[in-house]
Design a protein around this ligand. Sequence first.
Ligand SMILES: Cc1ncc(COP(=O)(O)O)c(C=O)c1O
Length: 400
Amino acid sequence: MIDKNPDSQITGRKGWPLAQRVGHIEPFHVMALLARARELEAAGRSIVHMEIGEPDFATPESIRKAGAQAIERGETFYTPALGLPALRQAIAAFYRSRYGVTVAPERIIVTPGASGALLLATSALINPGDEVLLADPGYPANRHFVRLMDGVPVGIAVGPDSNYQLRSEHLQQHWGIRSKAALLATPSNPTGTLIEPDELCAMAHFAAARGGALIVDEIYHGLVYDGAAQTALALREDVFVINSFSKYFNMTGWRLGWLVAPERYVDAIDRIAQNVFLAASTPAQHAALAAFEPETLALLDARRDEFRVRRDFLLPALRAIGFGVPQQPQGAFYIYANSAALAPDSFVFARELLEQAGVAITPGIDFGAHAAHEHLRFAYTCPVDVLREGVARIARFLKP
Ligand SMILES: Cc1ncc(COP(=O)(O)O)c(C=O)c1O
């Protein structure tokens, strides 16, 4: 039925209905940069891509085959909204074998990517006007998920002194009467830095003591290079943990992730999932069952080791040409570099670098407001030879 009441619609600038919340949703600036890079490539230019936030490795063959076989078998119907029971069990078994942590499969909700998990967690927790504490810089979509729930994202400036992460003292300082949750990512996008387990524990305790929630995005967990990361699930049962098949499992395009929620939330989240997306992709869920086979995990670990080699090349190379990276990033595939000594504005710098030197990198403004114009994110999602060429081009651009 068409609602004829004009007051029930929000009017967009040109007189067509557009919800006010959309005004808060910014694009990923890197998308425009990527589109321009593709344009230049189509015109015959060589571009080094250090802006792309996904692994350059194709999904392992065992996973691709399992997906293709599922389609051949006719596994094309909806699964339960919470996910294929066998996959929820496989994820629980993965927590046991990788982390030594017991997680009941009933608490695991399979989602369309970590993005689907973020949508479920924020919609289950946030009322209009509720505040959610976030690190600035941080993954840009997080503040937009909060906005979509008509909540208020509270970006907290973080820097090298806290390893570019929130700490319990930040929560103590910024938690107010409208605060409902803190949303963290470890390792972080864009900085690749980790939160120490005792800090995670202190923050979870702090939020719980105030009737709030801690949401921990562990999407880059399989990609940690210095020691092993411990899941927040090992620390407390009442945290919300987000993860995905996108990054460590090299499955970005399959759109599959998961959320581990406290048991008392599962029924509410089931109802939201049923209504919002019915279920994650069925062939993708069958494919993901092969992700936990020992040979597949061995291949993925070898690819993780390749990412470590790239980080160990790129970090000193960037420092040598004048970028500031005070903390060694321990995970993900990103280096968040301070460019203040080299250029007054990183956004302008990124554009010029693409046009003049053929290197694409992501400007800091994609990740928040704090010192954003002094930072750039380099993704090492291409082989060392390509990274070497990228660094050489940047060096020539800086000192022609
Ligand atoms: C920190 C973080 N969380 C979530 C996502 C979304 O990932 P997915 O592909 O699993 O939806 C990304 C993607 O880059 C990310 O960097």
